[in-house]
Design a protein around this ligand. Structure first.
Ligand SMILES: C[S@@+](CC[C@H](N)C(=O)[O-])C[C@H]1O[C@@H](n2cnc3c(N)ncnc32)[C@H](O)[C@@H]1O
Length: 266
């Protein structure tokens, strides 16, 4: 791939989705495009990129989607899910209609896990609207999440057997989330970098393993925007390798929990 092609792709992805790839990630761009390129008849990879740019109306989105990493699994980070079950969700449920936002939800394992925990804590509870908003910028991955269908391999990753039995119906070799859990989640396509979500006053926002690909400056801007989206005293949870250190001092760490949970101050 010519250096100018790589640079143009890198800039497009950064401007569209915030995902900042450095020079070392050229192999990643090359390998993702190589697998598409082989199926089309273009003399070089650069020709193929040029052709997709001229022929795809939603090119920025298309390019960014090729590079996104959707790795996720049920109850990812069990300590955090224990903290949600023992400490955070009981408090939120006691207040009234819960408002939870799972950002960069990928194929839905995070919001589905939370719906199971809510049901475990309040089995009789009904909600006037879906308590969990789950968003991702990838149209493809949101379609998968909405379908609620998971392979045997996916349900074997992190999901306790009791939730497999109580939360899913078997569909030949796959598993589909039961309707009462699916109705607890409102899936929408939304790019965090240019978010159109008008809702606010969230009790809990999870933005896990999304910002690791963003520059410090973009992370700071997004954390400030998420602060505004939280209700006073609302909670923000990032991925276990992500930190607010040097980014925002508007949050306090919650004590007596096993994972890092940030509480909005003020
Ligand atoms: C590594 S997955 C993390 C999934 C889940 N949060 C977890 O921790 O298991 C990152 C997700 O963030 C999404 N993502 C990346 N940039 C985004 C953006 N600008 N807006 C919304 N979603 C984004 C990707 O499409 C991907 O599905």
């Amino acid at each position: 791939m010519k250096p100018e092609t790589f640079e143009m792709l890198r800039q497009t992805i950064k401007n569209h989705s915030g995902i900042a790839l450095d020079k070392e990630k050229e192999y990643l761009i090359r390998s993702r495009f190589d697998s598409l390129y082989n199926r089309n008849n273009h003399a070089t990879l650069d020709d193929f990129v040029k052709w997709t740019r001229e022929n795809n109306q939603n090119w920025e989105q298309f390019v960014s989607e090729q590079l996104a990493t959707h790795e996720t699994y049920f109850f990812r980070d069990p300590d955090m899910h224990d903290d949600l079950r023992i400490r955070i969700l009981p408090e939120i449920l006691a207040k009234g209609q819960p408002r939870i936002w799972s950002i960069g939800c990928s194929s839905g394992q995070e919001p589905v896990s939370i719906s199971f925990t809510i049901n475990q804590l309040a089995p009789e509870r009904t909600f006037s609207r879906a308590p969990i908003l789950a968003t991702d910028f990838s149209t493809r991955i949101i379609e998968k999440a909405k379908a609620g269908i998971y392979s045997q391999y996916e349900v074997q990753r992190g999901l306790p057997v009791r939730f497999l039995l109580s939360g899913f119906d078997q569909m030949q070799t796959d598993w589909i989330v039961k309707p009462n859990f699916r109705s607890m989640i409102d899936y929408r396509v939304d790019n965090l970098f240019s978010s159109q979500i008008a809702d606010s006053n969230f009790d809990l926002i999870l933005c896990r393993n999304v910002l690791i690909y963003f520059t410090l400056e973009d992370r700071r801007a997004i954390i400030n925007a998420l602060y505004e989206k939280l209700s006073p005293g609302g909670y923000l949870i990032l991925g276990s390798a992500e930190t607010l250190f040097g980014i925002s001092d508007k949050f306090q760490k919650v004590h007596d929990v096993k994972s890092i949970i940030n509480k909005r101050v003020g």
